[in-house]
Design a protein around this ligand. Structure first.
Ligand code: ZN
Length: 397
């Protein structure tokens, strides 16, 4: 028995780590991930954001910074702030980073260019506000993630310079430093883009950047001599929900051997995918075929069939039935294909939701109209164009 597989151009979804333990330094920054992460502060860490800036904010959010409001009880130093012109505030974390006049002015200035009204009620609110914006592309996402971190970092640097370095708090200096941190980060992460020399232009360009598109031509190909090709697909209207499967068997001369569409009751997408494969293989074996190429568009199910991934417990029985069928073949290949190469099976599986009884077709004229026209495209070996966004960012057109 021969096992073979082709792998689709899938990209792995990376995840962000977050500190689980309040008392220990956080894990090192990791690759960027989705904005919809579970942990509210998971966006603190990013490979392109300097660790010291992320770490500072992490400490601020946990109240772990040496501010004067804490030591004033000991009568060591005055508890007033050093950031505001009239020094009317307290040297507290919330004042330095969000509620103080100086901080509020910095936040509002950056928020305005990003189309937001700053909510300076708390540091947490400010950060969540930036992280809740829906990013337009990877560069915009990085900028939305990093800006609140760089704002805090530079507010803290400003406060320390005023307190220990004898400098006067300077709002334009702070704003420029925040811009510069963002500029460096974007240039580092997306060197192919010429990033502008002003904050307002920087954020607007990041909004309008576009992802490069990769074009792939996808074709269904006929099997070689002695082989039969089985394309299957399963679908569930909701996941889980009403399941249905479809499949089509074609030989080396493109001849339709048989096709099927079957409603299956309630279940998940994966269950439907596996049931489709079981039905397709059962038919191929029943009709006397021993050299079988199986094609489906679910990468996960292909991994299960080829035993490259541990299956969920709920589908172990189904997989057992499937392995039993595979053992009855002489040669067996299981391939992952893009949906465009599996359109007939896809159409047949969707058609099952319109029927109440299983349907089997032995000639093309009997097949549902949609499936028939996709089959026609496949027979003409007509390639479908598959466009896929890449991670590469381009300047706006
Ligand atoms: Zn102040």
């Amino acid at each position: 028995m021969e096992l073979e597989q082709t792998v689709g151009a899938g990209t792995s979804q990376s995840t962000l780590q977050h500190p689980n333990n309040r008392n220990f330094p956080p894990p090192a920054p990791t690759r960027s991930g989705s904005m919809e992460t579970q942990h509210p502060y998971s966006l603190l860490w990013h490979k392109n954001i300097s660790f010291k800036s992320s770490f500072l904010l992490w400490r601020a959010l946990r109240g772990k910074l040496p501010t004067n409001d804490k030591i004033t009880n000991f009568g060591v130093e005055p508890s007033t702030c050093v950031c505001c012109f009239d020094r009317s505030g307290m040297d507290s974390i919330e004042h330095i980073f969000s509620t103080g006049k100086f901080a509020a002015a910095v936040w509002s200035s950056f928020a305005a260019t990003a189309g937001m009204l700053s909510d300076c009620s708390s540091l947490q609110a400010l950060i969540q506000q930036w992280w809740a914006v829906r990013p337009r592309n990877a560069a915009h996402k990085t900028l939305l993630q990093a800006t609140p971190i760089f704002i805090c970092w530079n507010l803290w640097k400003n406060r320390c310079a005023a307190k220990y370095g004898g400098k006067t708090a300077n709002i334009s200096k702070v704003k420029y430093a925040i811009y510069k941190d963002n500029y460096k980060m974007l240039t580092n992460a997306f060197p192919q883009v010429k990033w502008p020399a002003k904050w307002a232009e920087l954020i607007h360009m990041s909004e309008r950047c576009v992802h490069d598109i990769k074009v792939n031509m996808v074709t269904w190909t006929r099997p070689k001599d002695q082989w039969i090709k089985v394309n299957t697909d399963g679908s569930a209207i909701n996941n889980p929900g009403k399941m249905g499967v479809g499949g089509i068997l074609r030989d080396k001369s493109d001849r339709l051997v048989m096709a099927l569409t079957t409603p299956l009751g309630e279940g998940t997408n994966n269950k439907a995918e596996l049931e489709a494969v079981i039905l397709g293989l059962t038919w191929a074996l029943e009709l006397g075929y021993k050299n079988i190429i199986l094609e489906l568009d679910s990468q996960l199910v292909v991994h299960w069939i080829l035993k490259e991934a541990a299956p969920q417990w709920s589908i172990i029985t189904q997989l057992g039935r499937l392995q039993n069928l595979i053992s009855q073949t002489q040669n067996f290949k299981c391939l992952h294909v893009f949906r465009e190469a599996n359109w007939v099976a896809d159409a047949l599986s969707k058609h099952s939701h319109k029927t109440t009884t299983p349907q089997v077709y032995f000639n093309i004229q009997q097949m549902p109209k949609e499936a028939r026209s996709y089959n026609h495209l496949h027979l003409l070996q007509m390639p479908s164009v598959r466009r896929k966004k890449t991670k590469r960012i381009k300047e706006p057109p």
